[in-house]
Ligand binder design. Structure first.
Ligand SMILES: *Cc1c(COP(=O)(O)O)cnc(C)c1O
Length: 357
């Protein structure tokens, strides 16, 4: 599939942020957005880039009632030589299609999705910040439009991409996070939608995260929805543990979002000679391993932070502290390698990088 992308440029470009040190995340958007529409019987049509602005959709659009919605998140980076590159965009496009399949939404050719990302970032290249640790965050999204309140898959869809310059996640150093292990609410169950990046998963998680925040925790670690026993993942990150010198993580198996950072971390660790195990991990096992000094590190993996070290985990009022409040050596060496590849400071033997200019 190769639709032509029409480009309509804005006449009123916004001022670029003057202070790259205070960009934050997801509050500021660039001048343009990409859109393409789908109608049953017609397929995808009207691919275009136009000035960033509000969408007009019918109040009866299924996305507003039944959350028929999926999204992705990935970044474009500025290299030291000034050029731009993206990290594994094909993986995001393929995952978007897997999410679409689960949510009864139409597929959009992965190469076309990547072409749309590339065309948009090239147009918005001056919005990609320069400072170390910053990037341009892309948010591809697909929503069910049309006007029918019956509960069945929509007949029309809108796929769009917006971009937001993102600040350094670690501008005050790599502060380890405090995690509450959730024993009441669940995020996903076998057979549910946990493996899809779909809006409803996140609205369903807000209550537990909000309650945990009030008690001073940064994140919620979800347990499996059936036995409430095995660790799954945190809000928008997969979880990795260093136990007995091995990298251990839960198998994705349908209820966990298969992170691209997770996949990259497992590959890098293996290639660094660290043994990698994907298997169910009971909370009890973590506490026992910690008491015996065998659990040395825990960290989250995701596009936003890349790696987020865990300094403390709490379960039923029992607390374990990790790595003396610092990032551990395994997390640090994987972080340095991965960020080096993403930003073009290190060679990319895996073919993970798409250079733009
Ligand atoms: C996006 C996301 C992740 C991380 O995926 P990456 O591809 O590494 O960014 C992990 N868990 C959940 C629930 C997510 O939404």
């Amino acid at each position: 599939m190769d639709l032509e992308i029409q480009i309509l440029k804005t006449n009123t470009p916004k001022a670029k942020p003057s202070d790259e040190g205070s960009l934050g995340f997801g509050k500021l958007f660039t001048d343009h957005m990409f859109l393409v529409e789908y109608d049953e019987g017609r397929g995808w049509h009207d691919a275009r880039i136009q000035p960033y602005g509000s969408l007009a959709i019918d109040p009866a659009s299924p996305v507003l009632h039944y959350s028929q919605e999926i999204f992705e998140g990935l970044k474009a980076y500025r290299r030291n030589d000034g050029g731009l590159q993206m990290f594994r965009p094909w993986e995001n496009a393929n995952r978007m299609n897997r999410s679409a399949e689960r949510m009864c939404m139409p597929q959009l050719d992965a190469d076309f999705q990547v072409k749309a990302m590339r065309t948009l970032v090239e147009l918005e290249q001056d919005w990609v910040p320069h400072r170390e640790g910053t990037s341009l965050y892309l948010r591809p999204t697909m929503i069910a439009t049309g006007a029918e309140l019956g509960v069945h898959p929509a007949k029309s869809y809108l796929y769009y991409i917006i971009c937001s310059p993102a600040g350094s996640y670690y501008k005050n150093g790599m502060a380890p996070v405090k995690i509450h292990i959730e024993d009441h609410y669940v995020r996903a169950v076998k057979g549910g939608t946990g493996a899809a990046k779909t809006g409803g998963n996140y609205s369903a998680s807000l209550k537990a995260a909000f309650d945990a925040e009030k008690k001073g925790f940064d994140q919620v670690l979800w347990l499996d929805g059936r036995e409430n026993k095995y660790v799954e993942e945190v809000g928008a990150m997969n979880m990795v543990f260093v136990m007995d010198g091995k990298l251990v993580t839960a198998p994705t198996g349908g209820s966990i979002l298969p992170g691209i950072t997770r996949k990259s971390v497992l590959q890098l660790a293996g290639d660094m000679g660290i043994a990698v195990e994907e298997r169910p991990i009971a909370v009890e096992e973590l506490f026992r391993a910690h008491e015996e000094g065998r659990l040395t590190e825990a960290f989250g993996t995701g596009t936003a932070a890349v790696i987020s070290p865990v300094g403390l985990m709490e379960y039923h009022g029992k607390v374990m502290e990790l790595s003396g409040g610092k990032i551990g050596p395994v997390a640090q060496s994987i972080y340095d390698t991965l960020v080096g590849i993403q930003r073009g400071d290190r060679p990319d033997p895996y073919g993970w990088i798409m250079k733009l200019s």
